[in-house]
Design a protein around this ligand. Structure first.
Ligand code: IMP
Length: 429
């Protein structure tokens, strides 16, 4: 059985949690491979809304084992909080149901302090990070100063590692940013408590997953963030510090390339982004307000992790085609189609132009979007409520035309369409 990979095809927040939740019903393992608690996955089941940042959203199902791969950076306190929240909601969480890679790196309060200090120092050029310490934790990893989950298995070594790490970061906080240092002993004591609780969950998940695939079991890789936030392939420098794209799943779980099956890209029916950075099809004013929602519902366009209002705009097919290529997508899932009901005309960004010259692809990828103006195609849209529809043929003609245009211009099938926030509000393409 193959490894199926779900990735965001935009700037994150595409509704991947929903899709993973649907596919997880048939999976034996659901694995996070990148990012940390900067992610926010909202899943609504029978009116109960779960907001998960670290634990793979698929564990809400009774069967699949949740896995946190080596590519993840993990905040122990957030993880423990989520474990408790899920248990309180009746979800079984124990070392048989949740596995943490020994090679995943830890986020500490020192990383968070550094994230905050670095963002403040960037001033106008701030990235708008989630302030969860993601960038600094990956920096520690890459510079080989990181602390891996496996060090939690030896209390003495762990305490020393945490103290040394906090002392090192303190030097930067003071010298470079004039920020307050942290107490290394207090952080070590706090983390000793976390280590004791998490030790039974730590192991070689690469081996667990490889053996599972060998036995014919089904593994679902759950990407966090999205293609355009990829450190290498996104709108650099307005990106996150990991690889949310499909190849990141292999590196971030320790699996070989031969096992990949479906590569599913999730895209909203429009475009959103949170944080700074270019956004060619961005909208302001009334239409933006319609797309964003009032903020009274959990699925309105406000960050799950930060609560920030998301920037919104028309769907950008130049960037979506790019996501198809970079990830090797075999199919698309289109979410929040219902939000477009009643918008006339509906606009699709189908190309760009710069200095009078048309572009179907970006010459230097999305890192260089300056000066590119979107070229739109207008579609008539539809007025009928689509939330109760479950069959493609029952969708309004305007909705089907919109979906067909996306398939045609991206050259990949749309396999699933979500038409409302509930688990069953989906249409098969
Ligand atoms: P960081 O990942 O906290 O370093 O933030 C870097 C950029 O990625 C910022 O623009 C964040 O808003 C964005 N970002 C990080 N995680 C997510 C996510 O899960 N959804 C959407 N944007 C995110």
């Amino acid at each position: 059985m193959p490894l199926d990979i779900v990735v965001g095809a935009q700037w994150g927040d595409e509704g991947k949690g929903r899709v993973v939740d649907l596919l997880a019903a048939r999976a034996d393992f659901v694995a996070r491979f990148n990012g940390g608690d900067n992610a926010g996955h909202t899943v609504t089941v029978a009116g109960q809304t779960f907001k998960l940042h670290l634990i793979p959203s698929g564990v809400i199902h009774p069967e699949p084992v949740g896995v946190i791969g080596n590519g993840v950076v993990l905040s122990p306190e957030i993880l423990l909080q989520e474990m408790e929240t899920l248990r309180a909601a009746g979800v079984v969480i124990n070392p048989q149901r949740l596995r943490i890679s020994h090679a995943a790196h830890l986020i500490t309060p020192a990383h968070r302090a550094l994230d905050k200090a670095q963002e403040a120092a960037r001033g106008q050029a701030a990235i708008g990070t989630t302030l969860r310490g993601i960038g600094p934790a990956y920096t520690s990893k890459v510079t080989r100063h990181g602390i891996r989950a496996e060090s939690m298995l030896d209390q003495e070594i762990f305490a020393e590692a945490i103290k040394t790490h906090v002392e090192e970061v303190n030097q930067q906080l003071i010298a470079l940013y004039g920020a307050m240092p942290l107490d290394p002993t207090a952080v070590a004591a706090e983390y000793a408590g976390y280590a004791q609780q998490l030790a039974p969950y730590i192991g070689d998940v690469s081996s667990v997953l490889s053996c599972a695939l060998g036995r014919g079991q089904r593994v679902l890789a759950e990407g966090a963030q999205g293609t355009l936030l990829d450190l290498d392939h996104g709108t650099y420098p307005f990106v996150t510090s990991s690889n949310p794209t499909a190849p990141g799943a292999l590196v971030g779980l320790g699996l070989g390339v031969g096992c990949v099956g479906r590569i599913i890209g999730v895209t909203k029916a429009f475009q959103t982004r949170v944080g700074a950075g270019p956004f060619p099809t961005e909208l302001f004013g009334e239409t933006a307000g319609r797309l964003r929602g009032s903020g009274n519902n959990p699925w309105d366009e406000y960050g799950t992790t930060t609560g920030r209002p998301r920037r919104v705009g028309w769907l950008d097919l130049v960037l979506l085609r790019y996501a198809v290529r970079i990830n090797g997508l075999t199919e698309l899932v289109l979410t929040k189609l219902d939000i477009l009901t009643g918008l006339h005309p509906l606009r699709l960004g189908i190309a760009y132009q710069r200095k009078g010259q048309p572009y179907l692809e970006l010459p230097l990828g999305p890192g260089d979007l300056s000066g590119f103006e979107p070229v739109y195609e207008n579609l008539p849209g539809w007025d009928e409520d689509v939330q109760a529809i479950r069959k493609l043929v029952d969708l309004p003609v305007g909705a089907r035309a919109y979906i067909r245009k996306i398939e045609e211009l991206c050259n990949v099938p749309v396999r699933l369409i979500s038409v409302g926030p509930e688990r069953d509000q989906v249409v098969e393409g």
